[in-house]
Design a binder for this molecule. Structure first.
Ligand code: UD1
Ligand code: CA
Length: 461
C-alpha cells in the first residue's frame, strides 16, 4: 500500500497584512507548513506535493528541492488547488492520497495513521478527519447520514439547521487516489464563494456509489489555524504550553514560564531547571540537572549535565558538564566550552575551544583560539584575531596565566604554563613556562598638574 500527500499552501491570508503565503507564518519558530510536513513524514507519508500560489517564490526558496511542488496560478478554491496536483498524483501512483491544509499546524502523525487505518479497513473513497467544536463558526459542517457522511457544507452556504452542527471538517482527508482524480474532474464552482470546493468531492463520490466517512479526532487542536496575527499568537501560545507540558512530564522544572519559549525539537534532561525569559531554539539539547536562565537564548547548542547558565546567549556551540557561565555572556558559533569552565560577565567567545577548568572571569574577548586546560584569564584580555584582512588563531597551552589587559596579537602561541604580565601586548610566541612582559619605563613627574594648570588646579582641589 503506497500513500502520498498533497499540502495546500496557495492561499494568501490577507488579514495577516504581510506579503507572505499564510502557511509560511511561524509557530514556535517554524513555518506552519513545516509542522504539517513533519506530521506527514512522522506518519510515514513522505511522497509529498506542495501546492503553491500566492508568492510561490517564498515557498520555493524555503522548500528547495526537498519536495515536489505544483503551481496554482489563480486562487480558485481548495478543489482547484488539488487539481493542480493531478500530474503529481498520476506520477506517484499511490493508492491513497492525504490532502491537508498548510495553515493548520497541529495535525499529528497519530491522527494521520489512525484515520488511514480506518480509511483502508472500511474501504472508503474518502475519509474526512473531523472534530467536534463548541464554536464551529467558520468551518465546513459535516452532514451525517445513515450511510456515512452525505456532504460538507461551508459556513457561507449552510442553512440555519446545518449551522447548528458542531462536527466540522478539519480540512484534512484521506482519498482513494483514483476516486479523487475522478471527482476533481467533475467539480463545479456554483456556490456562495464561486470557488471550486474540495469538499464538493464528497457528494460527487457518494453519487458515484462510493463510501464517504468521517474520522472524528479527540484532539480538536488538529483543526486550528490562524486567520490573523491574533490567531497566530493564539497558536503560538497553545504550542508553547504543549511543549512545556511535555518537558514537565519528563522531569524538567519550571518555577515560572513567563517568557519561556522552547521550540518543539529541543531536548532537556530530567532535573534541569529552566528559568524565566529563556528561549531555546532548534537543535538545542540540554543535559540533566542544569540551571538555564533567567534570560538565556540558545540555538543549536549542545549543553552537558550540571551546567549553570545565567543571562547567556549561545549559537551553534557546545558547552560541556559542570560549566558555569554568566551573566551577560555571548558564546558564538563553533565554540566548545569544556568541563568545569567558568566564564564571567561581559565575555565573548567565538570559534574557540576553552579547555577544562579554565576561567575567563570578566570583560574578555576570545576569538579563533585554542585554549588549554586550567588557564586563567585576567580582566579585559583580548585575542586580537583580525588584522583587517585575515582572521588568525591564538593558541594558549595548559596552565597559562594571562594577566589583566593582555592583547594577544594572532597568530601567536603561548606554551604551557606561560605567564603574561598585566598590560602586555604579545607579538611573539611565548615558550613553555616563560613570562611575556612588555611595559614602557614607568616614570613619575612630581607636581605635574600644578605646573600645567597653575592656580586652577589648586582652586579646584
Ligand atoms: C476549508 C474547508 C472547510 C474546512 C476548513 C478547515 C473548503 C471549501 N473548505 O475552508 O470545510 O472546515 O478548510 O480549515 O475546502 N488554498 C489554496 N488555494 C486556494 C484556496 C485555498 O492553496 O485557491 C489553501 C490555503 O492556503 C489553505 C487551505 O487551502 O492552506 C485552506 O484554504 P482556506 O481558504 O483557508 O479554506 P477555508 O475557507 O478555511
Ligand atoms: Ca482556513
Amino acid at each position: 500500500m503506497t500513500n502520498c500527500a498533497v499540502i495546500l499552501a496557495g492561499g494568501q491570508g490577507k488579514r495577516m497584512k504581510a506579503e507572505m503565503p499564510k502557511p509560511m507564518f511561524r509557530v514556535l519558530g517554524e513555518p506552519m507548513l513545516e509542522w504539517v510536513i513533519s506530521a506527514c513524514e512522522k506518519a510515514g507519508v513522505d511522497d509529498i506535493c506542495i501546492v503553491k500560489g500566492y508568492k510561490s517564490e517564498i515557498i520555493d526558496e524555503y522548500i528547495g528541492n526537498r519536495y515536489k511542488t505544483a503551481l496554482q496560478s489563480q486562487r480558485l478554491g481548495t478543489g482547484h488547488a488539488v487539481m493542480q496536483s493531478v500530474p503529481f498524483l498520476e506520477e506517484s501512483q499511490s493508492e491513497n492520497t492525504l490532502v491537508l491544509c498548510g495553515d493548520a499546524p497541529f495535525i499529528d502523525s497519530e491522527t494521520i495513521k489512525r484515520s488511514l487505518d480506518e480509511h483502508i479497513k472500511s474501504g472508503n473513497a474518502v475519509t474526512v478527519i473531523s472534530a467536534c467544536l463548541d464554536n464551529p463558526c467558520g468551518y465546513g459542517r459535516i452532514v451525517q447520514s445513515e450511510n456515512g457522511i452525505s456532504a460538507i457544507v461551508e459556513q457561507k452556504d449552510a442553512s440555519e439547521e446545518q449551522l447548528k452542527i458542531r462536527e466540522i471538517n478539519s480540512g484534512c482527508y484521506w482519498f482513494d487516489t483514483k476516486q479523487l482524480i475522478l471527482a476533481l474532474s467533475k467539480l463545479e464552482c456554483n456556490n456562495a464563494a464561486n470557488e471550486y470546493y474540495l469538499t464538493d468531492t464528497i457528494s460527487i463520490l457518494i453519487s458515484q456509489g462510493q463510501r464517504a466517512w468521517a474520522y472524528m479526532t479527540e484532539n480538536s487542536e488538529v483543526v486550528l489555524g490562524a486567520n490573523d496575527r491574533k490567531g497566530l499568537l493564539a497558536l503560538n501560545d497553545i504550542a508553547r504550553k504543549n511543549v512545556i507540558e511535555k518537558h514537565l512530564e519528563n522531569g524538567v522544572e519550571f518555577t515560572c514560564t513567563d517568557g519561556v519559549v522552547i521550540e518543539r525539537d529541543v531536548e532537556i534532561g530530567a532535573g534541569t531547571h529552566i528559568l524565566q525569559g529563556t528561549v531555546l531554539s532548534k537543535g538545542t539539547k540540554i543535559g540533566k540537572n542544569c540551571v538555564i536562565g533567567p534570560n538565556c537564548i540558545f540555538e543549536n547548542a549542545v549543553i552537558g549535565d550540571n551546567t549553570k547558565l545565567n543571562y547567556v546567549q549561545g549559537y551553534d556551540c557546545r558547552i560541556d558538564d559542570n560549566v558555569k557561565i554568566g551573566p551577560f555572556v555571548h558564546i558564538r558559533p563553533n565554540s566548545h566550552i569544556k568541563d568545569g569552565v567558568k566564564i564571567g560577565d561581559f565575555v565573548e567567545i567565538k570559534n574557540s575551544v576553552i579547555g577544562e577548568n579554565t576561567a575567563v572571569a570578566h570583560l574578555t574577548y576570545v576569538g579563533d583560539s585554542d585554549v588549554g586546560a586550567r588557564v586563567n584569564f585576567g580582566c579585559g584580555c583580548v585575542t586580537v584575531n583580525y588584522d583587517g584582512i585575515n582572521k588568525n588563531r591564538t593558541t594558549i597551552g595548559d596552565n597559562c596565566f594571562i594577566g589583566c589587559n593582555t592583547n594577544l596579537i594572532a597568530p601567536v602561541k603561548l606554551g604551557k604554563g606561560a605567564y603574561t604580565a598585566a598590560g602586555t601586548t604579545v607579538v611573539k610566541d611565548v615558550p613553555d613556562y616563560a613570562l611575556a612582559l612588555d611595559r614602557g619605563e614607568f616614570r613619575l613627574k612630581d607636581g605635574y598638574s600644578l605646573k600645567k594648570l597653575g592656580e586652577k588646579a589648586t582652586r579646584e582641589n
